[in-house]
Design a protein. Structure first.
Length: 110
């Protein structure tokens, strides 16, 4: 090969190496997310939801006083609200942690 010519195989090998490194970083970040949690609390603390960063609901706490009221519709609304809030928080955490790793990769939506 003439001096100064680029080796196309070298470029591909470098690109593959970068892709492997990014994949490893992405997997590590996903594992870290699974161990981080967010907590949503609604109704003045009457309902709490704890969710992992990878969007798995881990705990739902309902105040005994809320159950005594017998207002099933309000309980359902509060649980729904807490779950949605926790999901939004988990998504934000995920985007914050994984977003920099996905920057510029077409088709990768986190």
């Amino acid at each position: 090969m003439a001096k100064g010519m680029l080796n196309p195989m070298g470029g591909q090998a470098g690109l593959l190496k970068q892709m492997r490194q990014m994949q490893e970083q992405l997997q590590k970040a996903q594992q870290e997310l699974a161990h981080e949690t967010v907590t949503a609390s609604v109704g003045g603390g009457a309902v709490k939801v704890v969710m992992s960063g990878d969007q798995v609901c881990q705990k739902v706490e309902i105040s005994p006083e809320l159950l005594q009221s017998g207002d099933l519709e309000m309980l359902q609304d509060l649980v729904l609200s807490a779950l949605n809030d926790a999901l939004n928080q988990a998504r934000e955490l995920s985007a914050k942690k994984l977003g920099p790793l996905a920057g510029g990769i077409p088709g990768l939506n986190l």
